[in-house]
Design a protein around this ligand. Structure first.
Ligand code: TRP
Length: 450
């Protein structure tokens, strides 16, 4: 646990919003969101996604930042200081971050590989049919890239995050934003069936929801994605909130963070789906969507190679900033709570995660047939975190606020820095009844569905 006297503060709300958005915006927005939306029916998924952002995402960020600013402690210490019985809620978050990073890094490795391919052999290679599948099935190459990605993050965490990556992300995030707009415009103007992609994303086809199992499936996908994308249930916002001054407006900041994250996800959808339809690809392609379809988009645009290199470098930075935050969450637990040295904690946790990631990577190739609960190992890790640990962490958080700390205390904290908080009744009903009920129903439905 960090000592109160040593804590820094964000110099401005803007700095906090950027840092929080930088951790939230990552592979979840650029890689996961488009493919999950594609697999889960497009528009129907989008409706659930946006509703969950509003009724779960934003209130949860508000609550987490309130816990953090009130206690001035990072996740586990924050829960412990309000009610020691709830320490486990913080522990769920750390375990979850641990498993996320072990497969996140595999995807980070794919991004690195694509950057080098665009540099060396150009977009036509990467756009060739079957290229991605044969690359990921290779027993050595993707494993090496995954280890390189993990090593990079480890070095950054060892040598300090603030000066390098924080400054870098202040440049990279706006740049990413500009580039994704360019790619989206290009994708939207491809002609042919491009507009079908927009319709697919934004016009829900409710006739798809013809059985309760299907409704549950889309709902569980959307909720898992909201939690993943906003890094909810892992106490990230508790830790960030603990660095905030009393004059910052937690409610407004939470809306801005949720809004920015959603905006980047929607732009990623608009960059990818119209192109998918224009080129006659399958929107439900799954995890390979950004690695097969985007190269095809770049293949068809002037200076495609240049755009491809820049785009994948920016995806890399988005991924790296999130991965570094994840590694920081896990290693700071060992540093703060178990008193390990920073170097020991960082290197040993990163090594164990890297090892787990090796198996996740191999599950696309040599270990394809080794399944756990009917899933390959990579998919299993993703299922375990998105559909089990994150909902559990989020459930623990809202029950904690609803019944232990009490919504009234949270509302008092939320009122500071904005001249009052009038929606106490609504907030309290959300945290005590609506959110827990929704999370439990969707969680159970997801388990039964599987
Ligand atoms: N939100 C990140 C993304 O969209 C992934 C993530 C989940 C994360 N939990 C986190 C990042 C905790 C940093 C810290 O890619």
């Amino acid at each position: 646990m960090k000592e109160k006297s040593k804590r820094g503060n964000f110099t401005s709300s803007f700095g906090f919003v950027l840092a929080a958005a930088g951790s939230a915006i990552g592979l979840g927005n650029l890689w996961k969101f488009p493919y999950i939306a594609g697999e889960s029916g497009g528009g129907v998924f989008m409706v659930f996604y946006l509703v969950f952002i509003l009724i779960l995402g934003v209130p949860f960020i508000m609550s987490e930042t309130a816990i953090g600013r009130k206690t001035q402690l990072s996740t586990i210490g924050a829960y412990r200081s309000i009610n020691p019985k709830w320490t486990f809620a913080g522990i769920i978050g750390v375990v979850c971050a641990f498993f996320i990073l072990s497969y996140y890094s595999v995807v980070g490795g794919w991004i690195l590989k694509y950057i080098t391919v665009f540099f060396t052999s150009g977009h036509t290679t990467a756009a060739a049919p079957g290229y991605f599948a044969s690359f990921t099935a290779n027993p050595v190459e993707p494993v090496v890239w995954h280890l390189v990605f993990m090593a990079f993050c480890t070095v950054v965490v060892l040598f300090g995050v603030e000066k390098g990556i924080e400054k870098g992300s202040k440049i990279m995030l706006p740049a990413l934003f500009v580039l994704i707009v360019i790619v989206a415009v290009r994708s939207l103007t491809l002609g042919g069936n491009a507009m079908e992609g927009v319709k697919f994303l934004f016009i829900p086809d409710f006739s798809q929801l013809d059985s309760p199992a299907k409704v549950a499936n889309v709902a569980v996908q959307a909720m898992g994605q909201v939690f993943f994308s906003l890094s909810i249930g892992m106490g990230i916002s508790i830790t960030y909130g603990s660095y905030l001054k009393k004059d910052s407006n937690l409610v407004k900041n939470s809306f801005i963070i949720g809004g920015l994250d959603t905006l980047v996800a929607l732009l990623a959808g608009l960059a990818i789906m119209p192109a998918v339809f224009a080129f006659g690809f399958e929107p439900a392609a799954g995890p390979s969507l950004i690695f097969e379809t985007l190269p095809a988009v770049f293949d068809s645009m002037p200076l495609g190679n240049l755009f491809a290199v820049i785009f994948f470098i920016l995806v890399f930075f988005a991924a790296a900033t999130s991965a570094i935050a994840l590694l920081e969450v896990v290693s700071s637990f060992f540093i703060d709570s178990l008193g390990w040295k920073r170097s020991v904690a960082t290197i040993s946790t990163a090594s164990v995660m890297a090892l787990i990631g090796v198996f996740a990577s191999l599950s696309f190739g040599p270990l394809k047939d080794a399944t756990l609960f009917g899933m390959g190992f990579f998919d299993f890790l993703s299922y375990l975190t998105d559909k089990i640990l994150m909902p559990l962490g989020a459930l623990a958080m809202c029950l904690f606020v609803g019944y232990s700390w009490k919504p009234k205390s949270a509302a008092e904290e939320l009122a500071i820095g904005r001249g009052g908080f009038r929606a106490v009744g609504l907030y309290s009903a959300l945290m005590r009844f609506v959110a827990p009920a929704l999370v439990i129903i969707i969680f159970v439905a997801g388990l039964i569905n599987k």
